[in-house]
Design a protein around this ligand. Structure first.
Ligand SMILES: [Zn+2]
Length: 260
């Protein structure tokens, strides 16, 4: 039986509350280990940035502090959302119809708090949950769209979800953006932000060390209040997320993994 199958089985037999508690403890230990032993400090820099976010909230959870720091110093930051975010509420939900619009509004609000102008926000509106299964033609078209955005913005840094972020859309975002960068042929620093990695990764010891190598911690203490406020604007999402999961993003550091 593979690890993923074992995890699925465990999820079926362990009650949700207990599972969240275990994940909370596990992610807390992993996060602390990376902060204290497994990362190097990095300071704020003036490089222009582009953040690719699979859903409306990942950019704020993963990079909200970095975005606010850069914007306070007048550094250009562009944010692109790949999916329409429709998958966060089940088919029976009353707000299912409106959720795409609601999440868009929440994203604009969160990014306004972090200092990003509306003109620097792009919504690609691919169907939520499909990024890994795009047909060849759709895939190429998506890469083309991403490449055009990169070409237009000419960022010095690009932020993507971790390549093993334990979520299909997140891992696909990493791959699609990487291919778009290659297509543009631009020289850019690629940084991965963890969202689900620390929460869902199967047990610390099973996570291969090279997956969490080249980690950097950025102090976001001076803009922590802005990030918390931006996270709070994602009302439609916060009720569905485990408390411990959200808490992990409210601290005074953000972690990034450099792609060498
Ligand atoms: Zn997401």
């Amino acid at each position: 039986m593979q690890i993923k199958q074992i995890l699925k089985l465990l999820q079926k037999i362990i009650p949700n509350n207990l599972l969240y508690l275990l994940q909370d403890i596990h992610s807390k230990i992993l996060f602390r280990w990376i902060l204290l032993k497994g990362s190097e400090p990095t300071a704020f820099n003036n490089k222009s940035a582009m953040v690719f976010s699979p859903h409306q909230d990942d950019e704020t959870f993963g990079c909200g502090g970095m975005i606010a720091l850069k914007r306070e110093h007048g550094v250009p930051v562009t944010v692109a959302f790949l999916t329409d975010g429709q998958g966060s509420h089940g088919p029976d939900s009353q707000i299912k119809e409106k959720i795409v619009h609601i999440r868009k509004q929440e994203a604009v609000k969160a990014l306004e708090i972090l200092g990003v102008e509306t003109s620097k926000i792009h919504f690609l509106e691919k169907p939520d949950g499909t990024l890994q299964d795009l047909q060849k033609e759709q895939r190429e078209q998506t890469i083309q769209q991403l490449a055009e955005l990169i070409k237009f913005s000419q960022p010095e840094e690009i932020y993507v979800p971790h390549r093993k972020d334990c979520h299909k859309d997140h891992e696909a975002t990493y791959e699609l953006v990487k291919e778009a960068i290659a297509q543009v042929g631009i020289k850019v620093e690629l940084l991965q932000y963890p969202i689900w990695l620390l929460w869902r990764a199967p047990l610390f010891i099973m996570l291969k060390l090279h997956d969490i190598a080249a980690a950097y911690r950025l102090s976001i203490e001076s803009v922590q209040h802005k990030k918390s406020k931006a996270i709070a604007s994602y009302c439609s999402q916060l009720e569905g997320l485990p408390r411990g999961f959200v808490k992990r993003f409210l601290g005074s550091y953000e972690i990034f993994f450099k792609v060498e």
